[in-house]
Write a protein that binds this ligand. Structure first.
Ligand SMILES: [Zn+2]
Length: 211
């Protein structure tokens, strides 16, 4: 039997198929299903949110790429905003020029081309362009929405390590019980099969709600 991998998908079942939540025992229509087991456990939706002691979301490549883009745009905004602040503080800019002029005066005997340096003191306009900052902020908002949507629609989870280990153990026990049942059935073929089934009730795979 191949090893079970720690990858569960949250599914909805019909109301009539509700079963107790594995954590709080309240009836729930959400089931975490693991095709590699197969394994499944019912859970309230609330336990899947910010609850790494139980389960953590496994996000898509698309989500991680969007997150990377978000970080880049954020640092661009910081850069643009700080450039804007430099222009904004007019006093600071003027002070800088004056202190530069003072220095230039101090060694003016060597520097006769002070007029040409004047243009170099002009404030940076391209980077601090308010439109660019606004556009970048708008782009940031758009990516943020995208990230939020990908988070909201994520259905893949991995169980906390201890939790998953207990599931693997349970799976193994179930398998042993099943084998014992089949052997028993073989050995006591005279026994009423109905009675055997009653003695060994096996759970059936949850069916996904059609909605
Ligand atoms: Zn619960």
């Amino acid at each position: 039997m191949p090893a079970m991998i720690n990858q569960y998908v949250a599914r909805k079942v019909a109301l009539k198929d509700m079963q107790p939540c594995a954590i709080c025992s309240k009836p729930s229509t959400t089931v975490l299903y693991n095709a590699s087991g197969p394994d499944w456990l019912y859970t309230c939706d609330i336990h899947l949110q910010d609850n790494p002691q139980f389960a953590s979301p496994i996000y898509s490549t698309e989500y991680n790429e969007a997150l990377g883009k978000l970080k880049l745009v954020k640092s661009k905004i910081e850069r643009l905003a700080s450039a804007k602040n430099q222009i904004g503080s007019w006093d600071g800019w003027v002070t800088k020029i004056f202190s530069k002029k003072e220095k230039q005066k101090a060694n003016s005997s060597e520097n006769r081309e002070s007029t040409t340096t004047e243009t170099a003191d002009a404030p940076p306009e391209v980077e601090g362009d308010p439109d660019t900052l606004l556009e970048t902020q708008a782009e940031y908002g758009k990516i943020l929405d995208e990230v939020a949507e990908l988070r909201r629609t994520n259905r893949k989870y991995e169980l906390a390590k201890i939790m998953f280990e207990s599931r693997v153990l349970k799976k193994r026990t179930d398998q042993l019980n099943r084998e014992r049942y089949l052997k028993e059935q073989e050995n006591y073929s005279n026994t009423d099969p109905e009675e055997l089934l009653r003695k060994h009730a096996f759970p059936s795979v949850p069916r996904q709600d059609k909605q």
